[in-house]
Design a protein around this ligand. Structure first.
Ligand SMILES: NC(=O)c1ccc[n+]([C@@H]2O[C@H](COP(=O)([O-])OP(=O)(O)OC[C@H]3O[C@@H](n4cnc5c(N)ncnc54)[C@H](O)[C@@H]3O)[C@@H](O)[C@H]2O)c1
Length: 395
């Protein structure tokens, strides 16, 4: 029997929006989910026009308040299964809280919100209402990221001693410098983006990559947040030296001024037995360096278990990729994997069954809160010229 198609309500995504479109493709990719409604723009009239212009018919709402409030008036089989929030950072908290309070699962873009106070309120609401909640850290959805997690957490690298996680861009800085109209102004406004610009926007991805793949937490930071672009109200270059929960050390770096770099998210994980490298711009493979041995390059869909390094690899992990290697997966497929995993938890929730939401397949509300805690600690450290500051880890 074919599956019931899940109904998604989008908050944000009207004209000029960037990340709504990759989500829309990812949602559509399996045929089991569909955007059916949207509050797509802050101006009510434009919101309705944008809904009418959607590539296929959806129900438009003048605001997310109206969309969420309407659910209780609808027959059960017409209600939203989850809400997707793709608005700027300062418009994450309010729709998230309202959806959670209405008992509707939420996938929210990163960073979770703009303050620790907001983050704690979202965590409290999720725990109280027991709804599935995802934070859209896209790059966790690459199969190679999931494979990296398997390698590191199986102990194949030995004890993790050092991690270098970075997200380096070169194109945003010149846009900011030129005041380009294509550059949404909320990104450089502390009231709208949060306390850190570059850190909140992309260092949170690097942090999440470190935490997801290694299973370790960053406990302390010594950070410098720098503004190289004249007039920038927020950091455009972010460097945090970190202590890890296992006694190891790490660097979490991000930059928006490094010419030539595009969306250069990468991670190097050094263990006592071997090290691992991965880059999102070449996201089809993972490279392993074992001292005294030739490098091992593992390509998606070409992994052979028990090759003298790997041992057994879970069959469900090997079976995940849907297309052969050489036909590249990418950004949209990574988002699709997050929606696919979230869909399973959302279905379980509505069927009254237990659901995981444990952070093993996509970032959950606690990961979102950790991103905020990391930014808070980094800002505090930078204000004290890089003094060590503890990260408020609360699980
Ligand atoms: N996961 C990723 O890889 C990734 C990449 C880019 C952006 N993002 C995140 O996605 C979010 C959006 O970023 P973007 O670049 O798409 O921004 P954007 O400015 O391009 O789009 C935001 C959209 O939200 C709409 N909006 C604003 N307030 C609204 C309201 N009250 N009601 C309804 N719609 C409203 C805007 O009109 C616009 O259509 C940000 O939080 C950003 O950090 C994540």
């Amino acid at each position: 029997m074919s599956k019931r198609v899940l109904k998604i309500g989008m908050v944000g995504g009207g004209k000029g929006a960037f990340i709504a479109q990759p989500h829309q493709k990812a949602i559509f990719s399996d045929g089991t989910r569909r955007v059916v409604a949207g509050a797509l723009f802050p101006d009510p009239k434009i919101a309705m026009e944008e809904a009418a212009n959607w590539p296929y018919p959806i129900k438009g709402y003048e605001s997310y308040d109206a969309m969420i409030a309407d659910q209780k008036n609808l027959p059960e089989d017409e209600r939203l299964d989850y809400v997707l929030i793709v608005t700027p950072n300062w418009v994450h908290f309010d729709p998230a809280i309202k959806a959670i309070e209405a008992g509707i699962p939420v996938m929210c873009e990163k960073p979770l919100c703009i303050s620790m106070e907001q983050a704690d309120k979202i965590v409290e609401a999720v725990e109280r209402k027991k709804v599935p909640f995802a934070v859209a850290h896209t790059y966790l959805g690459h199969w190679t990221t999931r494979f990296t997690r398997f390698i590191v957490q199986s102990g194949l690298l030995g004890e993790v001693q050092w991690v270098d996680a970075s997200y380096i861009q070169g194109w945003l800085g010149p846009l900011m410098l030129g005041g380009a109209s294509s550059m949404p102004m909320w990104r450089t406004n502390p009231q709208m983006a949060g306390k850190s610009g570059c850190g909140g926007d992309i260092a949170t991805h690097a942090l999440m990559h470190l935490r997801f793949t290694t299973g370790l937490d960053v406990t302390d930071v010594s950070a410098h947040l720098e503004k190289f672009i004249p007039g920038n109200a927020l950091d455009d270059h972010f460097t945090a030296y970190c202590k890890l929960s296992n006694g190891g050390k790490a660097m979490v770096r991000a930059s928006q001024i490094s010419h030539g770099h595009k969306n250069d998210l990468g991670i190097e994980i050094v263990g006592t037995k071997a090290s691992l490298e991965w880059k999102q711009e070449n996201s089809e493979c993972v490279t392993i360096h074992v001292p005294g041995q030739p490098d091992r390059v593992y390509w998606r869909r070409e992994v052979q278990p028990n090759d003298g390094f790997l041992g057994d690899v879970p069959a469900d992990l090997l079976a995940e990729p849907q297309i052969p290697s050489g036909h590249c997966e990418g950004f949209h497929d990574a988002y699709a994997r997050l929606h696919r995993f979230f869909e399973a938890d959302v279905r379980a929730y509505w069927e009254g069954k237990p659901f995981n939401c444990d952070g093993s397949k996509y970032a959950n509300v606690y990961d979102g809160r950790m991103g905020m805690a990391f930014i808070d600690a980094s800002v505090a450290s930078s204000e004290k010229d890089g003094a060590w500051v503890k990260v408020d880890i609360k699980k």
